[in-house]
Design a protein around this ligand. Structure first.
Ligand code: KG4
Ligand code: ZN
Length: 332
């Protein structure tokens, strides 16, 4: 028996989860609404709200899992990558909890955890490819084993989530804009406007040019018609989403062909996008891929993915000492 407490605090969601023998018994997520007024995450505010939320989130995770604090066998926490002040809250809490209860500590890489979220439900066989798309990262990862992963392609500038969020900002939508673009896109024509596909060699991505072209497009159209945005919001969102999704899918197809792998997963906040999910499902039919799409609650940041990653490290007895420090940048 292994009961793991997972803690996630890398960005603007405070989350705690209990994983019992590889099954998620609770996953509590406290979102931070304070950032909406600023059009992006304010690191200092995020740290302060984590500090307020972390104890109640852990208490709720324990009670929802119907266990007692003394049943916990190890504490797994996000060491990085992320905002340093936010990571410090989760790391310090985990350190203190482990010390007070005499438990081993397990460090987890947030990007690996997004991928390992796939082992909560239908577990893919190794090797598989995973497109990890979040607010801070865009990577194609060759996953050979639980902790044997290699980044074979990544963004050279903005992340896919940033492309969604920055477009939303240009369109006057609140932060985070990704889910709103997804919502409006469902009502629009994806072929209404054509935005350019960047020509980046290999398996790498670039999204900054797309953002600039959207900015100029909107500026020029609004000059001609001040109501352009209000009257065409659905079509603009559908067209932008279509371009971001084709950029992602084209590189994923290239990677699958080069590495001769037809097991393909998506992970991270942007994997909640309905356009990406639909496109992946139709590519699966077209190319005979076996695809893995996480449940919505495990796409965006959550501690269940930290707890499951912690569980697999617990089985290998991979523990860290009390001197562990968080890392804003963390590679694997
Ligand atoms: O993985 P995540 O929760 O946090 C990071 O580690 O960054 O990802 C957050 C990102 C944000 O950019 C958000 O706009 C985007 O995921 N996102 C979406 C959708 N849901 C969340 N983007 C497009 N469509 C969605 N449905
Ligand atoms: Zn994330």
């Amino acid at each position: 028996m292994a009961t793991i407490l997972g803690i996630e605090s890398s960005c603007d969601d405070t989350s705690a989860s209990i994983c019992i023998d590889g099954l998620i018994a609770s996953n509590i997520i406290a979102n931070q609404l304070v950032h909406q007024n600023y059009g992006g995450v304010v690191p200092e505010l995020a740290s302060r709200v984590h500090q307020q939320n972390i104890v109640p989130a852990v208490q709720e995770a324990i009670s929802k899992a119907k266990i007692h604090k003394n049943d916990i066998d190890a504490v797994a926490f996000t060491r990085g990558p992320g905002l340093l002040g936010s990571l410090l809250v989760g790391t310090s809490f985990s350190n203190a909890f482990a010390l007070a209860n005499n438990l081993p500590l397990i460090e987890v890489n947030h990007m690996q955890a997004h991928i390992l979220a796939h082992f909560i439900d239908d577990k893919p066989e190794f090797p598989f490819l995973c497109l990890t798309v979040s607010g801070g990262h865009t990577q194609i990862v060759l996953v050979r084993d639980y902790f044997d992963m290699e980044v074979i392609g990544e963004t050279t500038d903005d992340a896919a989530g940033e492309a969604f969020d920055k477009t939303a900002k240009i369109l006057g939508l609140p932060y985070p804009g990704g889910p709103l673009i997804d919502k409006y896109a469902k009502l629009g024509n994806p072929n209404a406007y054509k935005f350019p596909e960047p020509q980046i060699p290999g398996l790498d991505f670039s999204f900054s040019g797309l953002k600039t072209s959207i900015m100029y497009f909107v500026r020029d159209q609004v000059k001609k018609d001040p109501d352009f945005l209000a009257n065409n919001m659905n079509d603009i969102c559908a067209s932008v989403q279509e371009r971001i999704v084709t950029i992602l899918l084209n590189k994923l197809k290239k990677a699958a062909a080069e590495y001769k792998i037809n097991r393909v997963a998506i992970a991270g906040g942007v994997s909640a996008n309905s356009g990406l999910r639909d496109a992946l499902n139709s590519t699966a039919v077209e190319l005979g891929w076996e695809v893995f799409i996480p449940q919505f609650q495990y796409c965006t940041d959550n501690a269940a993915m930290i707890a499951i990653a912690g569980y697999y490290k617990y089985l290998k007895k991979e523990f860290v000492g009390q001197d562990i420090a968080p890392l804003a940048r963390m590679y694997f």
